[in-house]
Design a protein around this ligand. Structure first.
Ligand SMILES: [Fe+2]
Length: 387
């Protein structure tokens, strides 16, 4: 049997993801048994709280908890100071679990709160926890029940939380195996009605994360199989969602997002994410579009310098050939409004070059199996801005 990993076999690998994953329409009904009789810290946006409290399945679940305390102040790209203020406000209370309800920002804030509010923790200073998670985030972090309401980050199944130091335009990462959710519920019905721009941006993040786990030194046969399915689902779903509401496409992109999240929970992300963070920090470009910014150019690099990766994805069903994979990627990026988003937010290519040094993120860019030295990153930025 030939290796699905072609000329660059990934023959030594591990896989550990302890999350109890529940997927499918109506699965949010599982929340009732999980939170019954518990003291719950619920974390989300104001809009998310409204959605949760009005939901026919979730409202009775909340009513069955012993108590529900809401942190509903979550904003996009949650800031260090804002999350710390919530930690300080709730430090004197005790909770049985954190209910994370929302998209990536709600999940990230919920993970930070679960860490900082852990009983008996040495410090409740989030900046310190981010600097030394191994020392300070212990097994006592509050258990998280995550309900995803967007299809994008896959944060419900990863042990990472992105927190922003807005004062210094810097992205921070809290990462610890103790931040895996206890249970992750991905119910596509929760994503119905999300506005088009958010649907496409988050969907691009899901598709991008599947690719990022593939063009990644940490890929394994398990992550490649999930990535190939996630890519195929995203290729089908995103052009349909660009035309309007569609329940079947919502379910497809929700599954793609979940699978891509499982992939990056093992591999972490790579060059597109490393490139994205300064674009979000400096130009307020939505995360999904910021990740998609460099995809076309990165895919060309992979096709030339590591074609075995795309051969594997094709063998696993992502597309019918390498050329077909590239063509479908280009079509999905075009259908998802990428050029319009970039033109609305980003300066010209020359101005972007000044950010190159911020894009060499350790633990991200170096997961990419192709060297970006020797001016390759600068060329990538110029090519990407020319979309
Ligand atoms: Fe992402």
């Amino acid at each position: 049997m030939s290796s699905v990993c072609g000329a660059d076999p990934v023959s030594v690998w591990s896989f550990r993801n302890p999350v109890d994953v529940r997927f499918g329409a109506g699965r949010r009904g599982d929340a009732a048994a999980l939170i019954a009789g518990k003291s719950v810290l619920a974390v989300g946006t104001k809009r998310g709280r409204g959605q949760c409290e009005a939901d026919a399945l979730l409202a009775p679940a909340l009513a069955g908890a012993a108590s529900v305390t809401w942190v509903d102040s979550v904003m996009p790209n949650p800031g260090l100071a804002d999350v710390q203020a919530e930690v300080d406000q709730h430090a004197g209370q005790s909770f049985d679990l954190v209910l994370a309800f929302g998209g990536g920002s709600a999940m990230d804030a919920a993970k930070a709160l679960a860490a900082c509010l852990a009983p008996g923790i040495d410090t409740r200073d989030l900046a310190q926890l981010i600097a030394r998670p191994g020392e300070l985030v212990g097994p006592s972090a509050l258990p998280i029940v995550a309900l995803a309401t967007t299809s994008g980050t896959g944060s419900e199944v990863t042990p990472f939380a992105t927190i922003w130091d807005h004062a210094n335009a810097k992205k921070l990462s809290l990462a610890s195996p103790h931040l895996f959710s206890r249970v992750a519920i991905v119910d596509p019905e929760l994503t119905h009605g999300i506005p088009m721009a958010a649907t496409l941006s988050t969907g691009l993040d899901a598709m991008n994360q599947a690719f990022e786990s593939a063009w990644n030194r940490n890929r394994s046969p398990v992550t490649m199989a999930m990535a190939a399915r996630a890519i195929a689902l995203a290729f089908d779903a995103l052009p349909v969602l660009a035309q309007g509401e569609n329940a079947a496409a919502r379910a497809q992109i929700a599954e793609a997002s979940l699978l891509a999240g499982l992939c990056i929970s093992q591999t972490r992300t790579a060059i597109c994410h490393a490139t994205s963070y300064p674009l979000t920090a400096h130009f307020d470009l939505a995360h999904g579009y910021a990740c998609a910014f460099s995809m076309k150019a990165v895919a060309r690099l992979v096709d030339i310098h590591a074609p075995e990766i795309f051969d594997d994805l094709v063998a696993l069903g992502a597309a019918t050939s390498r050329a077909n994979l590239l063509a479908k990627l280009d079509a999905v990026l075009a259908a998802s409004g990428l050029a319009e988003a970039l033109n609305a937010h980003l300066p010209d290519a020359a101005a972007l070059q000044a950010l190159a040094s911020e894009m060499h993120t350790p633990g991200r860019a170096d997961n990419f199996p192709i060297s970006m030295d020797g001016g390759r990153l600068e060329a990538l930025l110029a090519d990407s801005r020319a979309v």
